[in-house]
Design a protein around this ligand. Structure first.
Ligand SMILES: *Cc1c(COP(=O)(O)O)cnc(C)c1O
Length: 364
């Protein structure tokens, strides 16, 4: 052997394909491919971040004390039961790394978040994919996949890229039927976009059960995707294990301060949620009105809409057509959805433009 040999499970990982930021022709376009907040981030977050320019030579606080205190006060969770990472992506990796390895199994749903597959394979665990039920999470299908080797179940709620939501009773049923030795990771990256009456009970389970981890992020409604701030909440023993393997310094001083400031702007969050709910519904109705052309919108509770092209016009054609019209969306052949486009609910102007563009393409 005359060169270093990567582990076979590492070479089995299909590289993550991020949302595109530029068009084929290079002409400017609306980026609706990464579920970012069209309103940016609260001004207070920008100010807090900018004020840290004089501290660039300092290491951040490795314990993220200020952020954990702020999260504790905001969500009514115990700061000492919080772990944090470079985006919630890292928190997901920590969960896999602390609880699974070679010979173990990690379950997630078909059309689940792409990072779960990478997180499982990276530690040498075997990914096990539970069938969906018309693109939504099927709790019985997940339970049918559980074996002696199962160590972790990853479930995003709402799910990405489908936007589908699993109700509180179903989450409770899933948890109750799982062995206590299996870590249930409830990925709530989009939870702030839910209607006020929707709560999947994740935080309550994480508070009271020994085997539930909830993950959250500042990348979506808080508009801080660039800053890479994510966190997880669960039983102290789960959190302690994850702390052992995390990088000592997850995110920068500016990122931590911006996150605390963003948490304080309730009006920004509520405006973002209400705008999203209104225009997601409007867009879903638009797609429904073009249903005779073979398109449909999968019911979504997130800040994006999965649109399926099951008629004459293909997902790839629609993707290219939207790109030419100045809208970059996410086409998902790598995730088993060559007929699907995931479209972020942007500004009113953007989402109306997307609908009009699709109408022209479909002749609807
Ligand atoms: C966007 C997203 C995340 C997290 O992103 P980070 O930027 O790493 O915090 C996690 N889970 C799902 C399902 C997402 O869509």
């Amino acid at each position: 052997m005359n060169a270093p040999v990567p582990k076979p499970w590492v070479m089995a990982i299909a590289p993550y394909v991020p949302g595109r930021a530029t068009t084929d022709s290079g002409k400017p376009a609306a980026k609706l491919s990464s579920n970012e907040n069209p309103f940016g981030t609260p001004q207070a977050a920008r100010d807090a971040y900018a004020a840290t320019a004089t501290e660039l030579e300092r290491y951040p606080d490795a314990s993220a004390f200020a952020l954990r205190e702020a999260l504790g006060a905001h969500y009514g969770v115990e700061p000492e039961r919080i772990v944090y990472g470079t985006g919630s992506d890292e928190v997901l990796h920590l969960a896999a790394g602390a609880f699974a390895g070679v010979g173990d199994e990690i379950i997630y749903v078909r059309y689940g978040f792409a990072v779960y597959d990478i997180a499982a394979r990276r530690v040498g665990a075997t990914p096990v994919v539970a069938p969906d039920r018309d693109y939504a999470t099927d709790v019985d299908a997940i339970l049918a996949c559980v074996t002696e080797k199962t160590k972790v179940v990853f479930l995003a709620n709402p799910n990405n890229p489908t936007g589908t939501y699993t109700a509180r009773e179903e989450i409770a049923r899933l948890h109750a039927a799982l062995p206590k030795s299996v870590l249930l990771v409830l990925d709530q990256a989009y939870t702030e976009y839910l209607d006020p009456e929707d709560d999947d009970g994740g935080l309550d389970l994480a508070r009271t059960q020994p085997n539930v981890l909830v993950t959250r992020t500042f990348s979506k409604i808080f508009g801080l995707a660039s800053e890479r701030v994510g966190w997880g909440y669960g039983h102290p023993d789960i959190i302690a294990a994850m702390h052992r393997i995390r990088a000592p310094f997850a995110f920068s001083i500016g990122a931590g301060r911006a996150a605390v400031a963003a948490l304080g702007d309730k009006d920004f969050v509520e405006h973002s949620r209400a705008h999203n709910a209104q225009w997601r519904q409007w867009f879903a109705d638009e797609i429904a009105s073009m249903g005779n052309k073979g398109v449909r919108a999968v019911p979504s509770k997130a800040n994006f809409q999965l649109v399926l092209f099951e008629g004459e016009v293909t997902g790839e054609q629609a993707y290219k057509h939207l790109m030419e019209d100045g809208y970059i969306v996410r086409w998902l052949p790598g995730q088993g959805l060559p007929h699907g486009l995931r479209i972020t609910i942007g500004t009113e102007e953007e989402i109306k433009g997307v609908a009009a563009s699709l109408r022209r393409l479909l002749g609807a």
